[in-house]
Design a protein around this ligand. Structure first.
Ligand code: GDP
Ligand code: MG
Length: 446
Protein backbone atom coordinates (compact mmCIF):
# COMPACT_ATOMS: atom_id res chain seq x y z
CA UNK A 1 0.00 0.00 0.00
CA UNK A 2 2.59 2.45 1.12
CA UNK A 3 4.65 2.20 -2.01
CA UNK A 4 1.57 2.60 -4.13
CA UNK A 5 0.49 5.76 -2.34
CA UNK A 6 3.99 7.15 -2.30
CA UNK A 7 4.28 6.38 -5.98
CA UNK A 8 1.02 8.13 -6.73
CA UNK A 9 2.14 11.17 -4.81
CA UNK A 10 5.62 11.28 -6.23
CA UNK A 11 4.26 10.85 -9.75
CA UNK A 12 2.91 14.35 -9.29
CA UNK A 13 6.44 15.52 -9.17
CA UNK A 14 6.70 14.59 -12.83
CA UNK A 15 3.63 16.54 -13.85
CA UNK A 16 4.57 19.98 -15.05
CA UNK A 17 1.70 21.75 -13.39
CA UNK A 18 -0.38 20.29 -10.60
CA UNK A 19 -3.94 21.09 -11.47
CA UNK A 20 -7.34 19.68 -10.54
CA UNK A 21 -6.93 16.91 -13.10
CA UNK A 22 -3.59 15.75 -11.77
CA UNK A 23 -4.97 15.82 -8.23
CA UNK A 24 -7.97 13.69 -9.27
CA UNK A 25 -5.67 11.16 -10.85
CA UNK A 26 -3.51 10.96 -7.76
CA UNK A 27 -6.53 10.67 -5.51
CA UNK A 28 -7.86 7.81 -7.58
CA UNK A 29 -4.59 5.94 -7.15
CA UNK A 30 -4.59 6.59 -3.41
CA UNK A 31 -8.20 5.45 -3.02
CA UNK A 32 -7.48 2.22 -4.86
CA UNK A 33 -4.53 1.59 -2.57
CA UNK A 34 -6.64 2.26 0.52
CA UNK A 35 -9.35 -0.11 -0.65
CA UNK A 36 -6.71 -2.77 -1.09
CA UNK A 37 -5.64 -2.13 2.48
CA UNK A 38 -9.19 -3.00 3.54
CA UNK A 39 -10.31 0.49 4.30
CA UNK A 40 -14.07 0.63 4.13
CA UNK A 41 -15.50 1.83 0.80
CA UNK A 42 -17.52 4.63 2.35
CA UNK A 43 -14.57 5.88 4.32
CA UNK A 44 -12.43 5.97 1.22
CA UNK A 45 -15.04 8.14 -0.46
CA UNK A 46 -15.05 10.44 2.57
CA UNK A 47 -11.31 10.69 2.47
CA UNK A 48 -11.36 11.64 -1.15
CA UNK A 49 -13.81 14.45 -0.53
CA UNK A 50 -11.93 15.54 2.55
CA UNK A 51 -8.64 15.82 0.71
CA UNK A 52 -10.28 17.76 -2.10
CA UNK A 53 -11.70 20.16 0.44
CA UNK A 54 -8.40 20.60 2.19
CA UNK A 55 -6.46 21.15 -0.97
CA UNK A 56 -7.74 24.05 -2.97
CA UNK A 57 -5.34 24.05 -5.87
CA UNK A 58 -6.00 27.44 -7.44
CA UNK A 59 -5.61 29.08 -4.07
CA UNK A 60 -2.36 27.43 -3.11
CA UNK A 61 0.36 29.99 -2.85
CA UNK A 62 2.89 29.88 -5.61
CA UNK A 63 6.13 28.29 -4.53
CA UNK A 64 4.42 26.00 -2.05
CA UNK A 65 5.33 22.38 -2.55
CA UNK A 66 1.95 21.10 -3.73
CA UNK A 67 3.02 17.51 -3.53
CA UNK A 68 3.75 17.95 0.17
CA UNK A 69 0.45 19.71 0.69
CA UNK A 70 -1.47 16.82 -0.82
CA UNK A 71 0.57 14.26 1.04
CA UNK A 72 -0.16 16.04 4.27
CA UNK A 73 -3.85 16.31 3.47
CA UNK A 74 -4.07 12.54 2.97
CA UNK A 75 -2.24 12.01 6.22
CA UNK A 76 -4.45 14.42 8.15
CA UNK A 77 -7.63 12.92 6.72
CA UNK A 78 -6.57 9.45 7.83
CA UNK A 79 -5.74 10.76 11.31
CA UNK A 80 -9.16 12.41 11.53
CA UNK A 81 -10.84 9.15 10.59
CA UNK A 82 -9.13 7.45 13.48
CA UNK A 83 -10.35 10.10 15.85
CA UNK A 84 -13.48 8.57 17.34
CA UNK A 85 -14.64 11.81 18.84
CA UNK A 86 -14.79 9.99 22.16
CA UNK A 87 -12.38 11.09 24.82
CA UNK A 88 -9.58 8.52 25.09
CA UNK A 89 -8.99 9.73 28.64
CA UNK A 90 -12.32 8.20 29.57
CA UNK A 91 -11.13 4.72 28.76
CA UNK A 92 -7.65 5.21 30.06
CA UNK A 93 -7.36 3.57 33.45
CA UNK A 94 -6.56 5.94 36.23
CA UNK A 95 -5.50 4.78 39.62
CA UNK A 96 -7.80 6.07 42.32
CA UNK A 97 -7.57 5.10 45.90
CA UNK A 98 -10.07 2.38 46.65
CA UNK A 99 -11.39 2.24 43.09
CA UNK A 100 -11.64 -1.22 41.58
CA UNK A 101 -11.95 -1.31 37.81
CA UNK A 102 -13.79 -4.05 36.00
CA UNK A 103 -13.08 -4.44 32.31
CA UNK A 104 -14.90 -6.85 30.04
CA UNK A 105 -13.47 -8.14 26.76
CA UNK A 106 -15.72 -9.08 23.85
CA UNK A 107 -15.08 -10.23 20.30
CA UNK A 108 -15.48 -13.17 17.95
CA UNK A 109 -13.82 -16.49 18.62
CA UNK A 110 -10.23 -16.40 17.49
CA UNK A 111 -10.05 -12.62 17.46
CA UNK A 112 -7.45 -12.78 20.21
CA UNK A 113 -9.48 -11.95 23.33
CA UNK A 114 -7.84 -14.36 25.72
CA UNK A 115 -4.36 -13.51 24.51
CA UNK A 116 -5.12 -9.80 24.64
CA UNK A 117 -6.66 -10.00 28.13
CA UNK A 118 -3.40 -11.31 29.44
CA UNK A 119 -1.33 -8.77 27.53
CA UNK A 120 -3.55 -6.03 28.93
CA UNK A 121 -3.27 -7.38 32.46
CA UNK A 122 0.48 -7.71 32.12
CA UNK A 123 0.81 -4.20 30.72
CA UNK A 124 -0.92 -2.72 33.75
CA UNK A 125 0.83 -5.04 36.15
CA UNK A 126 4.12 -3.58 34.99
CA UNK A 127 2.69 -0.17 35.76
CA UNK A 128 2.00 -1.17 39.34
CA UNK A 129 -1.61 -2.28 39.11
CA UNK A 130 -2.98 -5.41 40.73
CA UNK A 131 -4.81 -7.13 37.86
CA UNK A 132 -6.77 -10.38 37.94
CA UNK A 133 -8.30 -12.48 35.17
CA UNK A 134 -11.74 -14.08 35.10
CA UNK A 135 -12.58 -16.69 32.50
CA UNK A 136 -16.27 -16.44 31.60
CA UNK A 137 -15.88 -18.52 28.46
CA UNK A 138 -17.82 -21.74 28.90
CA UNK A 139 -18.35 -22.18 25.18
CA UNK A 140 -14.95 -23.09 23.89
CA UNK A 141 -13.50 -26.32 25.23
CA UNK A 142 -10.21 -25.68 26.98
CA UNK A 143 -10.88 -21.96 27.35
CA UNK A 144 -10.22 -21.97 31.08
CA UNK A 145 -7.03 -23.98 30.67
CA UNK A 146 -5.78 -21.50 28.09
CA UNK A 147 -6.44 -18.53 30.34
CA UNK A 148 -4.93 -20.35 33.29
CA UNK A 149 -1.77 -21.03 31.34
CA UNK A 150 -1.43 -17.44 30.14
CA UNK A 151 -2.17 -16.02 33.57
CA UNK A 152 0.30 -18.33 35.26
CA UNK A 153 3.01 -17.28 32.84
CA UNK A 154 2.34 -13.63 33.60
CA UNK A 155 1.92 -14.40 37.29
CA UNK A 156 -1.54 -12.93 37.48
CA UNK A 157 -4.29 -14.41 39.67
CA UNK A 158 -7.12 -16.04 37.75
CA UNK A 159 -10.59 -17.41 38.32
CA UNK A 160 -12.72 -19.88 36.37
CA UNK A 161 -14.69 -23.09 36.66
CA UNK A 162 -14.76 -26.47 34.99
CA UNK A 163 -18.26 -27.21 36.29
CA UNK A 164 -20.37 -24.08 36.10
CA UNK A 165 -21.85 -23.61 32.63
CA UNK A 166 -23.44 -20.19 33.01
CA UNK A 167 -20.88 -17.55 31.99
CA UNK A 168 -22.74 -14.76 33.83
CA UNK A 169 -22.59 -16.72 37.09
CA UNK A 170 -18.85 -17.40 36.77
CA UNK A 171 -18.16 -13.80 35.80
CA UNK A 172 -20.01 -12.51 38.84
CA UNK A 173 -18.33 -14.97 41.18
CA UNK A 174 -14.91 -14.09 39.84
CA UNK A 175 -15.41 -10.36 40.03
CA UNK A 176 -16.77 -10.60 43.58
CA UNK A 177 -13.89 -12.79 44.63
CA UNK A 178 -11.25 -10.42 43.29
CA UNK A 179 -13.04 -7.36 44.65
CA UNK A 180 -12.93 -8.97 48.06
CA UNK A 181 -9.24 -9.64 47.55
CA UNK A 182 -8.60 -5.98 46.83
CA UNK A 183 -7.59 -6.31 43.18
CA UNK A 184 -7.83 -2.98 41.37
CA UNK A 185 -8.14 -4.23 37.79
CA UNK A 186 -10.45 -7.15 37.20
CA UNK A 187 -10.54 -8.37 33.63
CA UNK A 188 -13.37 -10.56 32.38
CA UNK A 189 -12.63 -12.69 29.34
CA UNK A 190 -15.76 -13.89 27.52
CA UNK A 191 -16.49 -16.46 24.87
CA UNK A 192 -16.90 -15.76 21.18
CA UNK A 193 -18.58 -17.53 18.30
CA UNK A 194 -17.37 -18.01 14.78
CA UNK A 195 -19.72 -15.36 13.53
CA UNK A 196 -21.91 -12.59 14.85
CA UNK A 197 -24.97 -14.35 16.17
CA UNK A 198 -27.86 -13.80 18.53
CA UNK A 199 -26.73 -16.36 21.11
CA UNK A 200 -23.38 -14.64 21.51
CA UNK A 201 -24.87 -11.19 21.87
CA UNK A 202 -27.42 -12.46 24.40
CA UNK A 203 -24.61 -14.01 26.42
CA UNK A 204 -22.55 -10.82 26.29
CA UNK A 205 -25.48 -8.80 27.58
CA UNK A 206 -25.99 -11.20 30.47
CA UNK A 207 -22.34 -11.11 31.48
CA UNK A 208 -22.29 -7.32 31.21
CA UNK A 209 -25.39 -7.08 33.38
CA UNK A 210 -23.84 -9.41 35.95
CA UNK A 211 -20.54 -7.58 36.34
CA UNK A 212 -21.41 -3.98 35.27
CA UNK A 213 -17.98 -3.30 33.77
CA UNK A 214 -16.44 0.17 33.78
CA UNK A 215 -15.53 -0.34 30.18
CA UNK A 216 -16.18 -2.97 27.52
CA UNK A 217 -13.30 -3.55 25.15
CA UNK A 218 -14.00 -4.91 21.70
CA UNK A 219 -11.19 -7.05 20.33
CA UNK A 220 -10.99 -7.34 16.57
CA UNK A 221 -8.72 -9.32 14.31
CA UNK A 222 -6.95 -6.75 12.14
CA UNK A 223 -6.75 -9.02 9.15
CA UNK A 224 -10.45 -9.57 8.44
CA UNK A 225 -10.70 -7.02 5.66
CA UNK A 226 -13.90 -5.38 4.58
CA UNK A 227 -15.90 -7.38 7.15
CA UNK A 228 -14.52 -5.14 9.87
CA UNK A 229 -17.13 -2.41 9.71
CA UNK A 230 -20.17 -4.68 10.01
CA UNK A 231 -18.59 -6.78 12.71
CA UNK A 232 -17.68 -3.81 14.86
CA UNK A 233 -21.10 -2.28 14.34
CA UNK A 234 -22.87 -5.47 15.41
CA UNK A 235 -20.91 -5.60 18.66
CA UNK A 236 -21.49 -1.93 19.35
CA UNK A 237 -25.23 -2.41 18.90
CA UNK A 238 -25.27 -5.36 21.29
CA UNK A 239 -23.26 -3.87 24.15
CA UNK A 240 -21.83 -0.52 25.15
CA UNK A 241 -18.38 -0.86 23.55
CA UNK A 242 -16.08 1.80 25.01
CA UNK A 243 -12.73 0.99 23.44
CA UNK A 244 -11.20 -1.14 20.72
CA UNK A 245 -8.08 -3.28 20.49
CA UNK A 246 -6.96 -4.47 17.06
CA UNK A 247 -4.94 -7.67 17.04
CA UNK A 248 -2.72 -9.49 14.58
CA UNK A 249 -1.27 -6.36 13.08
CA UNK A 250 1.96 -8.24 12.62
CA UNK A 251 2.68 -10.21 9.52
CA UNK A 252 0.70 -9.14 6.52
CA UNK A 253 -2.34 -7.56 8.07
CA UNK A 254 -3.10 -4.33 6.34
CA UNK A 255 -4.80 -2.55 9.16
CA UNK A 256 -7.42 -0.68 7.17
CA UNK A 257 -10.07 -2.46 9.22
CA UNK A 258 -9.02 -0.39 12.20
CA UNK A 259 -10.49 2.70 10.61
CA UNK A 260 -13.73 0.82 10.14
CA UNK A 261 -13.79 -0.27 13.75
CA UNK A 262 -13.47 3.30 14.94
CA UNK A 263 -16.13 4.51 12.54
CA UNK A 264 -18.54 1.74 13.52
CA UNK A 265 -18.10 1.90 17.27
CA UNK A 266 -17.24 5.59 17.67
CA UNK A 267 -14.75 4.31 20.21
CA UNK A 268 -11.04 4.93 20.38
CA UNK A 269 -8.46 2.27 19.65
CA UNK A 270 -6.36 1.89 22.77
CA UNK A 271 -3.88 -0.87 21.97
CA UNK A 272 -2.61 -2.96 19.08
CA UNK A 273 -1.60 -6.59 19.19
CA UNK A 274 1.44 -7.29 17.06
CA UNK A 275 2.20 -10.91 17.84
CA UNK A 276 1.36 -13.88 20.00
CA UNK A 277 3.73 -13.00 22.81
CA UNK A 278 2.90 -11.13 25.95
CA UNK A 279 4.99 -8.08 25.12
CA UNK A 280 3.84 -7.77 21.53
CA UNK A 281 1.37 -5.14 22.55
CA UNK A 282 1.59 -1.41 21.84
CA UNK A 283 -0.38 1.50 23.10
CA UNK A 284 -2.08 3.12 20.17
CA UNK A 285 -0.76 6.32 18.65
CA UNK A 286 -2.74 7.68 15.74
CA UNK A 287 0.13 9.29 13.85
CA UNK A 288 2.38 6.31 14.17
CA UNK A 289 -0.41 4.04 12.98
CA UNK A 290 -1.23 6.16 9.94
CA UNK A 291 2.41 6.30 8.99
CA UNK A 292 2.53 2.55 9.20
CA UNK A 293 -0.69 2.27 7.21
CA UNK A 294 0.85 4.45 4.54
CA UNK A 295 3.80 2.10 4.64
CA UNK A 296 6.22 4.88 5.31
CA UNK A 297 7.21 4.11 8.84
CA UNK A 298 8.60 7.33 10.07
CA UNK A 299 11.57 6.48 7.99
CA UNK A 300 11.33 9.23 5.45
CA UNK A 301 11.24 11.83 8.19
CA UNK A 302 14.09 10.15 9.92
CA UNK A 303 16.11 10.03 6.73
CA UNK A 304 15.70 13.76 6.31
CA UNK A 305 16.92 14.33 9.82
CA UNK A 306 19.79 11.91 9.48
CA UNK A 307 20.86 13.71 6.37
CA UNK A 308 21.10 16.87 8.38
CA UNK A 309 23.22 15.41 11.10
CA UNK A 310 25.31 12.47 10.06
CA UNK A 311 28.36 13.42 8.01
CA UNK A 312 27.51 12.90 4.39
CA UNK A 313 30.23 10.36 3.72
CA UNK A 314 28.94 8.16 6.55
CA UNK A 315 25.27 8.11 5.57
CA UNK A 316 25.28 5.50 2.83
CA UNK A 317 27.42 3.25 4.94
CA UNK A 318 25.11 3.45 7.93
CA UNK A 319 21.94 2.92 5.94
CA UNK A 320 23.49 0.13 3.97
CA UNK A 321 24.35 -1.66 7.18
CA UNK A 322 20.84 -1.34 8.48
CA UNK A 323 19.23 -2.42 5.24
CA UNK A 324 21.24 -5.62 5.29
CA UNK A 325 19.91 -6.40 8.73
CA UNK A 326 23.30 -5.86 10.30
CA UNK A 327 22.06 -3.67 13.08
CA UNK A 328 24.64 -3.81 15.83
CA UNK A 329 25.07 -2.01 19.08
CA UNK A 330 27.41 0.37 17.32
CA UNK A 331 24.76 1.24 14.75
CA UNK A 332 22.28 1.80 17.54
CA UNK A 333 24.76 4.10 19.23
CA UNK A 334 25.15 6.15 16.04
CA UNK A 335 21.39 6.45 15.90
CA UNK A 336 21.16 7.50 19.51
CA UNK A 337 23.83 10.10 19.03
CA UNK A 338 22.21 11.60 15.98
CA UNK A 339 18.87 11.63 17.72
CA UNK A 340 20.35 13.43 20.72
CA UNK A 341 21.53 16.22 18.49
CA UNK A 342 18.19 16.69 16.91
CA UNK A 343 15.96 18.13 19.55
CA UNK A 344 12.70 17.12 21.14
CA UNK A 345 13.26 13.54 22.20
CA UNK A 346 9.72 12.29 22.16
CA UNK A 347 9.29 13.33 18.55
CA UNK A 348 12.68 12.04 17.49
CA UNK A 349 12.32 8.73 19.24
CA UNK A 350 9.00 8.09 17.59
CA UNK A 351 10.84 8.48 14.31
CA UNK A 352 13.15 5.61 15.00
CA UNK A 353 11.26 2.82 13.30
CA UNK A 354 10.19 0.19 15.76
CA UNK A 355 11.67 1.92 18.73
CA UNK A 356 9.44 1.06 21.62
CA UNK A 357 8.74 4.46 23.07
CA UNK A 358 7.18 2.77 26.10
CA UNK A 359 10.74 2.09 27.15
CA UNK A 360 11.37 5.78 27.62
CA UNK A 361 10.11 7.93 30.46
CA UNK A 362 6.89 9.53 29.22
CA UNK A 363 6.58 13.21 28.53
CA UNK A 364 9.88 14.18 30.05
CA UNK A 365 12.54 15.15 27.63
CA UNK A 366 15.32 15.55 30.13
CA UNK A 367 14.80 12.08 31.50
CA UNK A 368 14.64 10.60 28.01
CA UNK A 369 17.86 12.30 27.08
CA UNK A 370 19.54 11.03 30.19
CA UNK A 371 18.38 7.54 29.42
CA UNK A 372 19.74 7.74 25.88
CA UNK A 373 23.05 9.08 27.23
CA UNK A 374 23.10 6.19 29.66
CA UNK A 375 22.55 3.74 26.81
CA UNK A 376 25.39 5.31 24.86
CA UNK A 377 27.70 4.98 27.85
CA UNK A 378 26.83 1.33 28.19
CA UNK A 379 27.53 0.68 24.52
CA UNK A 380 30.81 2.57 24.84
CA UNK A 381 31.86 0.24 27.64
CA UNK A 382 31.48 -2.77 25.36
CA UNK A 383 34.39 -4.49 23.68
CA UNK A 384 34.54 -4.09 19.91
CA UNK A 385 33.35 -7.61 19.53
CA UNK A 386 30.30 -6.95 21.66
CA UNK A 387 29.50 -3.69 19.95
CA UNK A 388 29.65 -5.32 16.54
CA UNK A 389 27.72 -8.46 17.19
CA UNK A 390 24.18 -9.05 16.00
CA UNK A 391 23.86 -11.99 18.34
CA UNK A 392 21.99 -10.50 21.24
CA UNK A 393 21.91 -13.73 23.22
CA UNK A 394 25.58 -13.56 24.02
CA UNK A 395 25.07 -10.10 25.46
CA UNK A 396 22.29 -11.25 27.72
CA UNK A 397 24.46 -13.57 29.78
CA UNK A 398 24.24 -12.54 33.39
CA UNK A 399 27.96 -12.23 33.95
CA UNK A 400 28.26 -10.00 30.91
CA UNK A 401 25.30 -7.87 31.90
CA UNK A 402 26.83 -7.38 35.32
CA UNK A 403 30.20 -6.51 33.86
CA UNK A 404 28.68 -3.98 31.46
CA UNK A 405 26.74 -2.47 34.34
CA UNK A 406 29.87 -2.12 36.44
CA UNK A 407 31.92 -0.85 33.51
CA UNK A 408 29.45 1.91 32.70
CA UNK A 409 28.31 2.80 36.17
CA UNK A 410 24.80 1.55 35.42
CA UNK A 411 22.42 -0.95 36.97
CA UNK A 412 21.96 -4.38 35.39
CA UNK A 413 18.32 -3.33 34.76
CA UNK A 414 19.51 -0.44 32.64
CA UNK A 415 21.72 -2.76 30.63
CA UNK A 416 18.85 -5.17 30.12
CA UNK A 417 16.57 -2.36 29.09
CA UNK A 418 19.10 -1.27 26.47
CA UNK A 419 19.27 -4.83 25.14
CA UNK A 420 15.47 -4.91 25.05
CA UNK A 421 15.42 -1.66 23.02
CA UNK A 422 18.02 -3.09 20.73
CA UNK A 423 15.92 -6.16 20.05
CA UNK A 424 12.90 -4.09 19.05
CA UNK A 425 14.95 -1.66 17.11
CA UNK A 426 16.98 -4.07 15.04
CA UNK A 427 13.93 -6.06 14.06
CA UNK A 428 11.81 -3.16 12.92
CA UNK A 429 14.51 -0.95 11.50
CA UNK A 430 15.35 -3.56 8.94
CA UNK A 431 11.72 -4.14 7.97
CA UNK A 432 10.84 -0.48 7.88
CA UNK A 433 13.79 0.49 5.78
CA UNK A 434 12.94 -2.23 3.33
CA UNK A 435 9.38 -0.93 3.15
CA UNK A 436 10.65 2.57 2.59
CA UNK A 437 12.36 1.57 -0.59
CA UNK A 438 15.79 2.09 0.74
CA UNK A 439 17.84 1.71 -2.42
CA UNK A 440 16.15 4.77 -3.89
CA UNK A 441 16.76 6.80 -0.79
CA UNK A 442 20.30 5.65 -0.63
CA UNK A 443 20.96 6.65 -4.18
CA UNK A 444 19.50 10.07 -3.71
CA UNK A 445 21.72 10.48 -0.73
CA UNK A 446 24.94 9.64 -2.42
P1 GDP B 1 -10.07 -15.72 21.45
O1 GDP B 1 -10.79 -16.88 20.87
O2 GDP B 1 -10.70 -14.42 21.01
O3 GDP B 1 -9.90 -15.79 22.92
O4 GDP B 1 -8.63 -15.69 20.77
P2 GDP B 1 -7.23 -16.24 21.34
O5 GDP B 1 -6.69 -15.30 22.34
O6 GDP B 1 -7.40 -17.65 21.75
O7 GDP B 1 -6.35 -16.12 20.05
C1 GDP B 1 -6.56 -16.86 18.87
C2 GDP B 1 -5.24 -17.06 18.15
O8 GDP B 1 -4.72 -15.82 17.72
C3 GDP B 1 -4.16 -17.65 19.06
O9 GDP B 1 -3.43 -18.57 18.34
C4 GDP B 1 -3.30 -16.46 19.43
O10 GDP B 1 -1.98 -16.83 19.72
C5 GDP B 1 -3.40 -15.64 18.19
N1 GDP B 1 -3.19 -14.20 18.41
C6 GDP B 1 -3.78 -13.38 19.30
N2 GDP B 1 -3.32 -12.11 19.17
C7 GDP B 1 -2.41 -12.12 18.18
C8 GDP B 1 -1.58 -11.12 17.55
O11 GDP B 1 -1.59 -9.92 17.87
N3 GDP B 1 -0.76 -11.55 16.54
C9 GDP B 1 -0.73 -12.86 16.15
N4 GDP B 1 0.07 -13.18 15.14
N5 GDP B 1 -1.50 -13.79 16.70
C10 GDP B 1 -2.32 -13.46 17.70
MG1 MG C 1 -10.72 -17.02 24.30
Amino acid sequence: LGTRISKAISSMGQAMIIDEKVLDGVLKEICTALLQADVNVKQVANLRNGVKKRVNIPELAAGLNKQRVIEKAVFDELCDMLDSGADPKKVELKKEKGKQHTVMFVGLQGSGKTTTCTKYAYYYKKKGWKPALVCADTYRAGAFDQLKQNATKAQIPFFGSYKETDPAVIAEQGVNRFKAEGRDLIIVDTSGRHKQEAALFEEMKQVAAAVTPDVIIFVMDGSIGQAAFDQAKAFKEAVEVGAVIITKLDGHAKGGGALSAVAATKSPIIFLGTGEHMDQFESFETKRFVQRLLGKGDVSGLMDKIQDVIPEDKQPELLDTISKGNVTMRVLKDMFESVLELGPMSEMMSMLPGFNSDLLPKGNDKQSQMMIRRYITIIESMTDKEADTTNIKTLQETSRVNRLARGSGSTPQQVLSLLESYKHYSKYATQALKAANLPKNLKSMK
